[in-house]
Design a protein around this ligand. Structure first.
Ligand SMILES: Nc1nc2c(ncn2[C@@H]2O[C@H](COP(=O)(O)OP(=O)(O)OP(=O)(O)O)[C@@H](O)[C@H]2O)c(=O)[nH]1
Length: 343
């Protein structure tokens, strides 16, 4: 029942969005549709108010203005990947239903038309009042349904493009632009999922470990070789982190020169091994750079790491804080080392 209601609601939103776009003569393309779908859903109050203001002032919501609304209110504020995914799923499901209904209606009308024709043939030339008219109306219905099917086919293509666009935006929202690693948001999402799993499946075998990693004296890299080289170093470390991430684990850049690795269902001993391999590997890497006098050189960095595992009953925040404290200890203990902290 609930599912049916969801589908009906989704279909209503799609219909409402399409009606509004027709009413205001908005061209059908992914960005416009995303804005009007968000408006029709009512989930995005700021966007709704912004569009209502336009309408009240009789201003034209042209492509440029729509693009601004899209960036500010659809991607910008509500850059919630889950919301984007829900939106995309709603549209696909509503459209899928509409296409199916139209196909069913088309088949039924065709079948009805054929039976009428057979019936007429069976009459062997006898005239039956009204039959010609019914047949003509049936043919008109068939033609209208075929036209609707074509329109739905076009919409399906447009919504397919929109879904790809939403998926791209969703991925962008979960990715750090400099290094290509998952970002803080992606990490938080995975951590929440990991904690739910640990809580429901029993902590002992499913407790995750968290490794927090920070480049040592990174400010000096920027100061000595420039921000561009600093960025290159971040990419070098990120690539090492990605390469050293076991299956199922997630490495992310969560701040300037701060990275994490979330290791689901892993014993502390195994996580320590992963951290140690990472620390050693990063110390061997070199990033090409130029000195202030233009000489070619290689930049080498070390990392400090804090490691902990999730304790029974604690929150994600407490888990992260303990990893952070362990990292702090590594920094104060002389850097280029790993500190394991429990409780
Ligand atoms: N190149 C570059 N630098 C960044 C970026 N984000 C943050 N930073 C720099 O990272 C540096 C971090 O410095 P601190 O946290 O003070 O670290 P530190 O004192 O050099 O080193 P530790 O004490 O070992 O942590 C600052 O200079 C920031 O400007 C970035 O995206 N690119």
């Amino acid at each position: 029942m609930k599912n049916t209601e969801n589908v009906e609601r989704a279909a209503d939103i799609v219909r409402e969005a399409l009606n509004l776009m027709r009413k205001y003569s908005v061209p059908m393309h992914p960005v416009n549709y995303a804005v009007w779908h968000a408006y029709a859903s009512g989930d995005n109050l700021e966007l709704r108010n912004a569009i209502d203001r336009y309408m009240l002032q009789h201003l034209t919501l042209d492509e440029a203005a729509t693009e601004v609304l899209y960036r500010r209110h659809v991607i910008g504020n509500s850059a919630d990947p889950a919301l984007l995914q829900r939106m995309s799923e709603r549209m696909s499901s509503a459209l899928g239903q509409a296409v199916e209904s139209a196909a069913r209606a088309g088949d039924q009308t065709a079948a009805y038309g054929s039976s009428l024709s057979r019936f007429q043939d069976g009459l062997a030339g006898q005239a039956l009042p009204g039959l010609e008219e019914i047949l003509a109306t049936t043919r008109q219905m068939q033609a209208a349904i075929q036209a609707l099917q074509r329109q739905l086919g076009d919409s399906r293509q447009e919504i397919g493009q929109l879904r790809d666009e939403l998926e791209r935006v969703r991925q962008e929202n979960l990715t750090d632009t400099l290094t290509g690693l998952p970002n803080r948001r992606a990490f938080e999402q995975r951590l929440a999922a990991c904690m739910t799993l640990a809580a429901s499946a029993g902590m002992n075998s499913h407790a995750p470990c968290l490794l927090m990693l920070d480049i040592d004296h990174f400010k000096r890299v920027n100061d000595s070789y420039g921000h561009g080289t600093g960025d290159q170093v971040l990419c070098t470390v990120a690539a090492a982190l990605q390469a050293g991430t076991p299956d199922n684990a997630l490495a992310a850049r969560i701040g300037g020169e701060e990275f994490v690795m979330l290791l689901p269902a892993m014993q502390l001993q195994g996580a320590r091994l992963v951290a140690e391999q990472l620390r050693q590997k990063i110390a061997t890497l070199r990033t090409p750079a130029r000195s202030k006098t233009g000489a070619e050189l290689q930049v080498q960095v070390t990392v400090s790491i804090g490691l902990t595992s999730l304790q029974r009953g604690e929150t994600g925040r407490q888990f992260i804080e303990r990893a952070d404290q362990a990292l702090y200890q590594s920094k104060h203990g002389g850097r280029d080392r790993i500190t394991v902290r429990m409780g």
